[in-house]
Structure formats: structure tokens, C-alpha cells
Design a protein around this ligand. Sequence first.
Ligand code: GDP
Length: 327
Amino acid sequence: MPKALITGISGQDGLYLAELLLEKGYDVTGLIRGQFNPKEPMVRATVPDVELLTGDLTDPLALARVLDRAEPTEVYNLGAISFVAYSWQNAALTSDVTGKGVLNMLEATRMYAGSDPSAVRFYQASSSEMFGRVQEVPQRESTLLWPRSPYGVAKVFGHYMTINYRESYGMHASSGILFNHESPRRGPEFVTRKVSIAVARIALGLQDTIVMGNLDAKRDWGFAGDYVEAMWRMLQQGEADDYVVATGETHSIRELLDVAFAAVGIDDWTPYVEQSPEFIRPAEVDLLIGDPAKARERLGWAPKVGFEELVRMMVEHDLREQSQHVG
Ligand code: GDP
């Protein structure tokens, strides 16, 4: 039976990936952080068949212990401090977890694999935030990286360290450059979920307005449930490599608002949307659009859920969830 270890099991990707791997007959272990992690009951309820072990990406001894216990054949490193806006206030912590944490995981995996480093396959969650001030449109695997936030810089470190471990030690270490991917499980601090929750609450009469930042930024948004399939496919290849995972379409925050409000029958959202400098970032990534040709050709991967369907799925989920608060 194949065995997988997933770091970042409590995030949306960790949960979708765990479900996918369990369906495929894997034995799945998840790394969960901290004493009394408030997300632990949710993880246990969502994926009860996953074994949870405690450890932190900043603690190499804990990682070594977890690898020995889990005995994985595949390691998926999804754990990170992942909210870009937060990374300016916590640049050192973001560098330790999102950047150096990758090195800790790679080295722990190499030591655990012993004499044959390629025997354990490794996936690194790289990010389109690495493209930052984009040097090419659309962005592909060879596009020069120009990160625009401490989060993006930390992801670049992890990305190149993964390539370096592949080249230095012959590890089967692949890196998925995933563009923004969303779902009803996305954290409420990210713009799609922030909007879907607010739109549901406005429709139900639970709140009057939503306060936003830059409405002109454009993102290539896909469905997280589709993207975890690409992660798994990368680790099934004979050779490890790097892949852009994206839809190849871009939409502005304004278009996100259009689709989300239209889902509850509101065509003109201007009375409901305010803007505040609080949500404007010190440096912005203005445009992301990925070219998923390599993933399509080599992995046979294509996204199934489009932008409008994704936004509607999130709003409908939040309408159901928020309707519990209607008094
Ligand atoms: P990111 O691409 O990883 O930073 O994902 P986010 O979902 O956090 O942000 C996507 C884009 O939405 C960025 O360009 C933000 O500047 C923009 N944005 C505009 N208003 C907001 C807001 O209120 N919250 C967040 N999170 N992003 C916003």
C-alpha cells in the first residue's frame, strides 16, 4: 500500500489531497502543528482515516521523527504561512516556515530515504506569487521570478532548494507552481472567500457592506480540488520536474465581485462595496495568468471547474452555511 505524508493537512489543499489519496488506497499521515491546534477537530471530522502526527516545519528533529513514524513513499510539503498580506508583518516567521521549512523537510526526507534518495518522492508547493512583477505573459516554468512580498521571496527559496536537492542528491523532488486556487474550504482572509462569505451575508440581510482593497488586480483562479490531482500526477512521473498549474484565464477582483453578486441576483454591487487602504498592500502583484501547457502535455492534466462555476460554488456553499445565523 502506498503511503503519503502531507504537511499542511489542515489547509484546503491538504484536505482535498488527503481525500484524493485515500480514494486511491493510500495510507495517509498528516502533520499538524502545535499543542491544541484549533483546526484539529475539523481535520479529524473531515478526513477521519488520516493519522495525525504533531510537528512543526521549523523543528527538524520533529520532522525526522514524523518521517520515521509515517514511513511515507510520497511526501507532499503543503505546509506554509500562506497569506501574502500577513507576510509583511511577519517576514521573519514567514521566511522560517514558508522558506527554510522547505529545506528542513527536504533534508529530513533525504536522511529518511537513506541510501536511495530517489525512493521517496517529494512534492513542493511552489506558488505563482513567485512571478510577482511578471516578466512574461502568460507565466510559464521558465519565466524569471520576481517576487513582490516576503511570502513570495520565501517561496522562491523553497522552489530553488527543491531543484537543488533534485540536482545535488538525485531526489525525486518536483515543484508545482500553482496559481491561485480556491474552494469553499479556502480561508476567509483570501479575497475569493472573503467575497463569497460577505455576498452570502448581504443576501441574507446579515451585513450591509464589504470593505475591500485593490479591485484592479487580476488573478488566474482555479478550483483547489482540481489542483491536488496535478500534485499527485507529478509524483507518478518517471522523472521529477517543475510544472505550472493554472487555468490560462485571468479575471480582475471586479469580475469576481460581478459573478459573486450576480449569484444572489444583485447586478450593481457598487452600493455594497467600500474600499479601505487597510487592504492595500505595500507592493502588489498586478497580473497573474499561467500557461499550463506543460502540465497538460506531460501530466495529462486539465482543470475541470471554470471561474464562474467556482465562484458560484463558493457563494452557494456560504449561503447554506450563513443561513444558520439568520435569526
Ligand atoms: P494572493 O494572490 O495570494 O495574494 O491571494 P489573495 O486572495 O489574498 O489576494 C488576491 C488579490 O486580491 C490581491 O491582488 C489583493 O490585493 C486583492 N484584494 C483586493 N481586496 C482584497 C481584500 O480585501 N482581501 C484580500 N485578501 N485581497 C484583496
